[in-house]
Structure formats: structure tokens, C-alpha cells
Design a protein around this ligand. Structure first.
Ligand SMILES: *Cc1c(COP(=O)(O)O)cnc(C)c1O
Length: 354
């Protein structure tokens, strides 16, 4: 399929002061769009000026939430070049999400080509200062205008781009986490491992209650026993427990994070043992108190790693380590961002240059 390139007639002003870039608030001049019709497949691929869509009020996505998305970043490297981090992993996961929600797959090679072409055209929008990047948001929505619960016969797939500032501007700030004891995020057989908007809509109330109590994030427990750690907010979670890295196994109720996978690989190479196993909330709280649990951190594209300083379950609060960012957490952060920004050699073939 050819990609039509449409001209941009009214380019937007860039935010010159890169310390003022706020995540997800500003979008670039162009977006990639393609359309799908049953019987015809994907068609009308184009890179066009960023603009609102016209959607029929009956469009299926607006009623039954047939929607998926991805999140990855492009990094400006020291020599000025631009690189993507493991984009094929994101595109593969996009198709896995599509399959679970009865949406059509994209051609993975074509999608990567379209993404690279979009970023090439928007390369001016990839910020230059340390820790900044261009956030990439591929999305697919059901657009057939008909009420009735069924898979849509029409879809829109698009990619938008947003320049983002450094996540850790004022230094690393460990987060305070509220362990949800009333709400759950996903259940076996559900859509926990799907990157879909519906999961997030269902998580808002717990996050709102956590914020009202002064917490930064929610840690979710499993839906069956309400006992085992799953993940936090929009991140996977890892613990340094008895000197080993412990993280929840991928059994369908948590997102299979690209950052999680990369961090586990780097930690293995640093000589750490990895245990993908269920960690109970009790083991976690007691571990923090006894000193067996020395570090905890979330992993995700936005923050890379996010150190956890404190955990609260019902009325019990524990501090992890000394409440500051752990040594290993920092080491893993540096190792991964070093590869992304080209300061460290990419021995895993994770980086794709634009
Ligand atoms: C996207 C996401 C993650 C992190 O995945 P990465 O590929 O590392 O960015 C973790 N949990 C949830 C619920 C997510 O949506």
C-alpha cells in the first residue's frame, strides 16, 4: 500500500523552552491515518495534517469501547540521529490487542514503515535536551455507525505524536502507592493483557480515591484471591527481594510490558536472578518491615522506571528501603536510557534508527 503524503499548510509553533513540554498536551503537525472496511481491508493510508476526525454519533467505539492503543518513544541521540526503541514489540502487541477485541490486524512491516516515515517528516519535533523524547501513540477505533454489540465492519487506525519533557526534571521522586483492596483492574479471561481504553476507564475511580488520600498510584491485586500483586497504574512492577528480582508472571491479567521485558533482560545480564512469581501483599509488607524487600519500582515507557518509596494497604503503611530510589533501580534506569539515547552500545538489537 502506498502512503499519500499531504502538505502541511499551517505549521504549529514549537515550544522553544523544552523544560515546558508537558506529556500529552501538544501534538505535532502531522498524523498517519488509514481506514479499514470489511471485504476491502486497510486502505487510504496517508500522512496528513493533524486534525479532528468526523465520527458518526453511532460509531461503535463510542458505545462499546472497541478501541486499542500503543505507546512508544523516539529518542534524539547525541549525534542528532533519531531512534525508536523496540518498535516491533509494540506493533506485535498492537495486533495481539486487536485480535482480543475482534479488530483487524495491521501489516507489521508496513506499520513500521509508516511510523518511520511519519517521524522522518516530523523530525523537527523530536526534542533535543536530556531526558526528552517524542511520544508515539498508535490507536485503532471502531467506526461503523450502528448500534448493537458486535465487531465493527469499519475501523480507523492512526498514529499521533507528542513531544515530551524529561520525566525526572526535579530528580527522582519515589512514589507513594495505595494497594487497592476494593477495586480490581482485570480478571482471568478478561482484557488485562490488552492495551485498551476500556481497562483504563474502569481504573479511574480507584485512582481518584487514591489521589484524594494523597497517593500517587494504585497497586492492583489479583481478582480471584485479592492477595497477589499484579501491576501499578500504567506500569508493571518489580521488587528486589532477598537480592532477587521478583515480578508478577504474565498469566493474562497484566500487560506484557516492553520495558518490563527489557529491564528483566538487563538485570539478568547484571547477574541478578529473576523470579516471575506471585508475590502476596503480606509478603510485600512484611518484607519491607524486615528488610528483605529492599527496592520496588514500576516499569513503563513513560517513566522507564519509577521508584516506589511507600506502600499502604488498608491502614498499614510501610517504607521501602530508606524511602529513596534504590541503587539497582538507578542502575537499571541508566542502563536502559543509555541504550535508548545511544550512550551505551545496543548489543540486543533493540534500537531502530529512523
Ligand atoms: C502500557 C502499559 C504498561 C507498560 O508497558 P510498556 O510496554 O513497558 O510501556 C504496563 N501496564 C499497563 C496497564 C499498560 O497499559
Amino acid at each position: 500500500m502506498e502512503i499519500e503524503i499531504q502538505p502541511v499548510t499551517q505549521p504549529k509553533a514549537h515550544i522553544e523552552d523544552e523544560t515546558k513540554l508537558v506529556f500529552g498536551r501538544q501534538f505535532t503537525d502531522r498524523m498517519f491515518v488509514m481506514e479499514y472496511d470489511s471485504g476491502k481491508g486497510w486502505h487510504s493510508a496517508r500522512i496528513q495534517p493533524y486534525a479532528p476526525f468526523t465520527l458518526d454519533p453511532a460509531a461503535l467505539v463510542l458505545h462499546y469501547a472497541q478501541e486499542i492503543f500503543e505507546g512508544l518513544k523516539a529518542f534524539r541521540r547525541q549525534d542528532g540521529s533519531i531512534a525508536l526503541f523496540r518498535p516491533k514489540d509494540n506493533i506485535r502487541r498492537f495486533n495481539q490487542s486487536a485480535s482480543r477485541l475482534c479488530m483487524p490486524p495491521v501489516d507489521e512491516e508496513f506499520f513500521l514503515k509508516a511510523l518511520k516515515e511519519l517521524i522522518r517528516l516530523e523530525s523537527d519535533w523530536v526534542p533535543h535536551s536530556e531526558g526528552t523524547s517524542l511520544y508515539i501513540r498508535p490507536t485503532m477505533i471502531a467506526t461503523e455507525a450502528v448500534l448493537g454489540v458486535k465487531p465493527s465492519n469499519k475501523y480507523l487506525c492512526y498514529i499521533i505524536l507528542s513531544p515530551v519533557g524529561a520525566y525526572y526534571k526535579g530528580g527522582f521522586k519515589p512514589v507513594k502507592i495505595w494497594i487497592a483492596d476494593e477495586f480490581i483492574r482485570s480478571a482471568p479471561g478478561g482484557t488485562g493483557e490488552v492495551k485498551c481504553g476500556g481497562n483504563y476507564a474502569a481504573s479511574l475511580l480507584a485512582a481518584k480515591e487514591a489521589a484524594a488520600r494523597g497517593f500517587d498510584q494504585v497497586l492492583w491485586l489479583d481478582a480471584v484471591e485479592r492477595k497477589y500483586v499484579e501491576e501499578v497504574g500504567s506500569m508493571n512492577i518489580c521488587f528486589l527481594y532477598d537480592g532477587k528480582i521478583v515480578t508478577s508472571p504474565l498469566h493474562g491479567t497484566i500487560l506484557n510490558g516492553v520495558t518490563r521485558r527489557s529491564i528483566l533482560q538487563l538485570a539478568t545480564e547484571m547477574g541478578y536472578d529473576i523470579e516471575e512469581r506471585a508475590m502476596s501483599v503480606n509478603e510485600l509488607l512484611e518484607g519491607a518491615e524486615s528488610g528483605r524487600l529492599t527496592e520496588a519500582f514500576g516499569t513503563g515507557t513513560a517513566a522507564v522506571v519509577s521508584p516506589v518509596g511507600q506502600l499502604t494497604y488498608k491502614d498499614r503503611t510501610v517504607t521501602i528501603g530508606n524511602g529513596q530510589m534504590g541503587e539497582l533501580t538507578l542502575k537499571l534506569y541508566k542502563a536502559l536510557t543509555g541504550i535508548q539515547y545511544g550512550q551505551q552500545p545496543d548489543t540486543h538489537d533493540w534500537v531502530v534508527e529512523i
